[in-house]
Design a protein around this ligand. Structure first.
Ligand code: AMP
Length: 431
């Protein structure tokens, strides 16, 4: 039976390719988001959060047919009111929709945003591939300058380095603009037509809808054909050539290692000029997953209703993959604090007032652990010992009546009775 179709009798489980994020994994995500945001803010990006649902057309117009994301992987729905909506399969089209909707052309350009959250693609679940996964995006909208490409790539690399990555290299390519891309696609199409007899059916179909996609085909026969396929860089017009050369110069100056990968076109059809991908370390079978990627999308805005082209550049990390990388250095979320005290209560009178005492500790920013549902002193002390927490606060019947607590040093086993009114002062001293 399909995993997603279990009945309530057997117990419901999460839909296939989707999972509950909890315990350690939750903190890994949260730690990454905090670090990535911090770096992004230093480089001048501001936050935005767009809805998880958009009009389906935002994606079909922007990403285009002939792409896996639109043709096969989008979760679409019709609301009771008759609207056709889609769960976002990426962040870029919603961002440009928001940019146009809020007239951001009138702000100083480029407008730079970071955003993160769940993304939905009806993909085949496997290692590092989910149907709900998390992206962290960086975008700079409103400039066609090559330094903006470098800024996005540099910020992305710094985020990964801050997470422990070493020796990562960027795969990069330029797929030209409307001046030169047409000629390149014609050249490419002619090449594949000459080899039609070996081209698999799926790539023959792509030849009609989106020939560039054949370059990143996973089919072994096509892969072999692609070795000798004409490369886009050779067909670039002078303006695109200059742009690409400048981007590479920036990368060199920044000490970012790169490889020009002529087969890199990326899955979405809105890209122009620079496209890039950051690839992780290969697994035991030599397959390496892409940790993130992006590129320029100078013509996307017109597909979403802008009268003028709005040049832009962006990238997205697949966060699930980054936090699973072997080098990933865990960042503890800022709100998680190591407990300094273990709170023990005894008797109903103490239980009644316990939450108020815990609130005194919260206000003093003293992180604690407790087991309010336990009754015996022995059981509670045993937990405190096991957790290796430096101090316990013991709040019993007598202390509840006298408005005080016992503070016990778990290393020396010495203890002192402290009035509740003096507790904050006392705790400041032992902090
Ligand atoms: P894309 O927009 O397809 O280039 O995706 C950007 C990044 O998201 C990729 O580099 C991956 O790291 C990640 N990604 C894409 N699809 C999935 C998926 N199904 N599950 C997990 N991560 C994904």
């Amino acid at each position: 039976m399909d995993k997603a179709k279990k009945t309530s009798k057997e117990g419901f489980i999460a839909p296939k390719g989707m999972r509950d994020i909890m315990n350690e994994e939750y903190y890994l995500f949260q730690g990454f988001f905090e670090k990535a945001q911090e770096v992004a803010i230093y480089y001048g990006f501001k936050p935005i959060e767009t809805p998880m649902l958009e009009q389906e057309e935002v994606f079909t117009s922007a990403i285009g047919v002939g792409t896996d994301v639109v043709d096969k992987e989008m979760y679409t729905l019709r609301t009771k009111g008759g609207d056709h909506l889609a769960l976002r399969p990426e962040h870029t089209a919603p961002l440009i929709r928001a940019y146009i909707e809020h007239g951001m052309q009138n702000q100083p350009q480029p407008v730079m945003f970071y955003q993160y959250g769940p993304i939905f693609r009806h993909d085949t679940p496997q290692k590092g591939r989910y149907r709900q996964f998390w992206m962290f995006d960086l975008d700079a909208v409103g400039s066609d300058k090559s330094i903006i490409d470098a800024l996005i790539i540099k910020t992305a690399m710094v985020i990964l380095e801050e997470c422990g990555a070493e020796g990562l290299s960027v795969d990069i390519n330029s797929i030209g603009d409307k001046e030169c891309r047409g000629a390149y696609i014609r050249e490419l199409t002619n090449y594949y037509k000459k080899h039609m007899s070996v081209l698999p059916a799926i790539d023959r179909e792509r030849l009609k809808t989106n020939p560039l996609r054949i370059l990143d085909s996973k089919d072994p026969k096509t892969k072999e054909l692609n070795i000798d396929a004409p490369d886009a860089v050779g067909s670039l017009c002078p303006a695109c050539k200059k742009h690409f050369k400048e981007v590479l110069e920036y990368l060199e100056e920044l000490g970012i290692q790169y490889t020009i990968n002529k087969n890199l076109v990326r899955g979405l059809s809105y890209y122009t000029r620079t496209v890039f991908e950051i690839v992780g370390e290969p697994d035991e079978n030599g397959n390496a997953l892409s940790l993130g990627g992006g590129g320029r999308y100078d013509y996307l805005a017109k597909h979403l209703g802008s009268k003028k082209d709005i040049p832009a550049m962006g990238m997205a990390f697949g966060v699930d993959r980054v936090i699973q990388a072997s080098w990933y250095k865990k960042h503890t979320p800022r709100i998680l604090k190591k407990p300094k005290m273990y709170f023990i209560q005894l008797g109903f009178d103490a239980k009644l007032k316990s939450l108020n005492v815990i609130d005194i500790l919260r206000k003093a920013h003293i992180p604690i652990l407790q087991s309010l549902s336990k009754d015996s002193l022995g059981a509670q002390l045993a937990i405190a010992e096991k957790l290796n927490i430096p101090y316990t606060i013991i709040f019993g019947q007598k202390e509840a009546i006298e408005n005080c607590v016992i503070v016990r040093d778990m290393t020396t086993h010495s203890q002192e009775t402290v009035k509740l009114s003096k507790l904050l002062e006392y705790l400041k001293e032992i902090k």
